[in-house]
Design a protein around this ligand. Structure first.
Ligand code: ZN
Length: 72
């Protein structure tokens, strides 16, 4: 009888969830700043510079936009 692993799944399974939590963001359509940040985010992730990627994602999340469905 072999010892079962104490973890239910490989850590890789969790990575997608964590990455989405850290880097998930919704760049606003038509916003040049968001588009630039999204590009920076993708580049930083590809280069493995995760602190920079996180910063870019946070900036996208915090970038203020007028809400299209407000007022009118
Ligand atoms: Zn924006």
């Amino acid at each position: 009888m072999t010892n079962p692993p104490t973890y239910p799944q490989p850590a890789v399974e969790l990575a997608g969830f964590v990455e989405d939590y850290l880097y998930g963001c919704e760049p606003a359509a038509g916003c040049g700043v968001c588009a630039a940040l999204a590009k920076e985010l993708a580049g930083a992730r590809a280069a493995g510079v995760y602190s920079k990627a996180y910063d870019a994602a946070a900036e996208i999340r915090n970038h203020p936009h007028p809400r299209p469905r407000d007022g009118n």
